[in-house]
Write a protein that binds this ligand. Structure first.
Ligand SMILES: [Zn+2]
Length: 189
């Protein structure tokens, strides 16, 4: 599920298109079971386009990106993945101008991407910021335990017991830098 990509080329090889990225995100996010990002319901219907889902409880329609830092943006997941790879593989930090140029996105988008990834690094989570508060009790892109249906919750999930530091970046001196965490370095996605 989570692979160690030693080059940007390998990463793009593994994720040739947007659907591959979506499928990967889904396999991580729902590894403990499917759930609705709005109500936490676990009756999830799949649309045949493989991109959209519908909650059997609150009837909301959503994509796998909803509720993550990738959610409310038009930026393709491939570019997000590339950004994460670049950030985790440039230990001295990366300027938004560089990111903009290499990913072929506007500088405004690049700044936004860096901002969001800093949030992810700070909170060890790809979950979207919730009403401006920092979510520290969440793990990776997995669903927030409190949003999951009772039967799906892990015992002792309070206090970050399930926290997994897979995003090998930390913010230091205002820059994103890589951090070695066991053999999980650069495994990011
Ligand atoms: Zn729902």
């Amino acid at each position: 599920m989570i692979q160690n990509f030693t080059s940007l080329f390998d990463l793009m090889d593994a994720f040739p298109d947007e659907q591959a990225c979506l499928d990967h995100l889904r396999s991580i996010r729902w590894r403990d079971g499917e759930f609705c990002p709005y109500c936490g319901g676990t009756r999830v219907y799949h649309f045949s386009d493989r991109k959209n889902f519908k909650c059997g409880d609150c009837r909301a329609r959503f994509s796998i990106k909803v509720g993550t830092i990738f959610g409310d943006t038009k930026l393709p997941l491939r570019k997000w993945y590339m950004a994460i790879w670049m950030i985790t593989n440039h230990p001295k930090g990366i300027a938004s101008t560089t990111l903009a140029k290499d990913l072929k996105i506007t500088q405004k988008s690049a700044w936004f991407v860096l901002h969001r990834l800093r949030h992810a690094a700070r909170t060890n989570s790809f979950n979207a910021p919730l009403k401006g508060t920092v979510e520290s009790d969440t793990h990776f892109v997995g669903g927030k335990e409190k949003n999951k249906h009772q039967s799906k919750r892990k015992p002792g999930s309070q206090g970050g017991a399930n926290k997994e530091m897979l995003l090998g970046i930390v913010e230091r001196d205002g820059e994103l830098r890589t951090m070695h965490i066991g053999d999980k370095t650069a495994r990011t996605l």
